[in-house]
Write a protein that binds this ligand. Structure first.
Ligand SMILES: [Zn+2]
Length: 467
């Protein structure tokens, strides 16, 4: 890679050439001799980032794992991600069954292996008491170092159109007691291994959702994204964050507060950090909560949990990104087809894709519009999630000896977002029509160019990452 500007997380931007050998970064320096290379990429005028680590993803939630692995990780390359960390759980959707992860995880890995364009790993959600007992073995033997608890599942299904939570989770118990037990297990695994084993939390409080959903439905039941936000307002995030951080402090459990969607949620996370300095607490926001607002969108294509909020909430989240209160940005990519959205608010399935916009949104809205330095962008979408989830420095860095995952960006390339551009299987896109400036023109996975000038190259070569 000649003539580019390397973007080094925690350091800055450096004019240097970079060489790879056998999938790893072999040298970084001035004027590396191109004659020794089989292939030379001219990166003049380009920014060379570490490959993105899209840390929040849902392979196989609504379509077969095999199909999502093929079509959705392809979209990740468009956005410059070379690693995806996907959430998986038993219960409704996904494989629509329950059982031991000992049996089910190999099935998941089988379905994704050989089909993924990116390297991949999984976060697992212990849904019942027996699965909590599997945590030590999942950590020790299966390379799973992060887990998940969904705080609203004790009262609702995914769409929030059913309160038969047991049918949905297929669980014996799924309450704060269950959460406490998960935290004890994750905390013990972190202590025993000396590594960061962590629990990710979806923070929305189910009893309050029950009341606000009833009120929205009683007040004419508008079929809008604004109504969905009113039905699960930021207060439900604040209360859930209070519960989660209280229990995490009591159990010394490292936690990740996922997809904070509102100024209120970010404030609650920040207050918890100040109040409990010993707590290992990391924060995540999504591309869609940074960019999309219910006032600007029509239809239900952007129904998602937590809901799309107001423009003021987005600005509060950007302020958190700029000030360092937000640790990473992820897509929460969940391929959800138009037919599963429809025009009725409550049955519409939540979630949509965004992985193809990971670097572009941070570059366009963060770097160009708000003055975020390129190396801060690299920290937010690559280095920080890699460190949180046991991948650093193999992923997320540009250091000699580490995986040669590179995202070559033309910082001034401006394109309008379309469904086609993103190479996802999803047939609609809530970001469509936005002008975005700053796009990957090449994505390199372990030394091989896998995406170039808008198209994938070669065959899927992603591998599972034990963490
Ligand atoms: Zn998610």
């Amino acid at each position: 890679m000649k003539n580019g500007t390397l973007v080094l997380p925690y350091v800055g931007e450096v004019r240097a050439d970079l060489a790879t050998r056998d999938g790893r970064i072999a040298a970084i320096g001035e004027d590396l001799p191109p004659g020794e290379a089989d292939e030379v990429l001219d990166a003049a005028g380009r920014l060379v980032f570490p490959g993105g680590v899209d840390a929040h993803y849902h392979l196989g939630i609504y379509r077969p794992l095999e199909v999502d692995a093929t079509e959705e990780t392809r979209s990740s390359l468009v956005g410059g991600a070379t690693t995806v960390l996907s959430y998986f759980r038993t219960g409704q959707h996904y494989l629509n069954k329950t059982g031991a992860y000992e049996d089910i995880l190999p099935e998941v890995l089988d379905a994704v292996s050989g089909r993924s364009w990116t390297d991949f790993g999984f976060h697992l959600a212990p849904m019942d008491t027996r699965q909590v007992g599997e945590v030590p073995a999942l950590v020790d033997r299966h390379g799973i170092s992060s887990f998940k608890y969904y705080m609203f599942y004790k009262g609702f299904n995914l769409s929030a159109d059913s309160r038969d939570a047991k049918a949905f989770t297929m669980s014996d118990e799924y309450d704060l007691g269950h959460l406490y037990q998960i935290m004890e297990a994750v905390s013990a695994a972190a202590r025993d291994t000396g590594r960061r084993i962590s629990l990710s939390l979806h923070c929305e409080q189910a009893e309050l959702m029950r009341l606000f959903i009833e009120r929205v439905r009683a007040a004419g039941d508008p079929q809008t994204l604004k109504a969905y936000s009113d039905a699960r307002p930021p207060l439900t995030e604040r209360v859930a964050i209070g519960e989660a951080t209280t229990l995490a402090a009591a159990t010394a459990c490292p936690i990740n507060l996922l997809h904070l969607s509102s100024g209120e949620a970010l404030a609650a996370a920040t207050e918890a950090r100040l109040a409990r300095p010993d707590l290992d607490l990391r924060t995540e926001v999504t591309l869609h909560h940074l960019c999309l607002n219910y006032d600007e969108l029509s239809g239900l294509g952007a129904k998602v949990n937590p809901p799309i909020r107001s423009a003021a909430d987005s600005e509060a989240l950007w302020a958190g990104v700029l000030s360092g209160k937000v640790d990473w940005v992820a897509s929460d990519h969940a391929c959800c087809l138009e037919e599963h959205k429809g025009d009725e608010l409550w049955p519409a399935l939540p979630g949509f894709g965004g992985t193809g916009l990971l670097y572009p949104v941070l570059l366009s809205e963060g770097m160009h519009k708000r003055g975020l330095a390129p190396h801060r962008v690299a920290e937010l979408v690559s280095a920080n999630p890699a460190r949180a989830y046991g991948l650093w420095p193999r992923k997320g860095s540009l250091l000699v000896g580490q995986d040669a995952d590179l995202t070559v960006v033309d910082p001034d390339l401006e394109q309008e977002v379309t469904t086609d551009l993103l190479l996802s299987g999803q047939d609609h896109c809530p970001f469509a029509g936005r002008k975005v400036r700053g796009w990957p023109v090449a994505t390199v996975l372990r030394g091989r160019v896998v995406f170039r000038d808008g198209a994938v190259v070669g065959e899927p070569s992603g591998t599972f990452l034990p963490r």
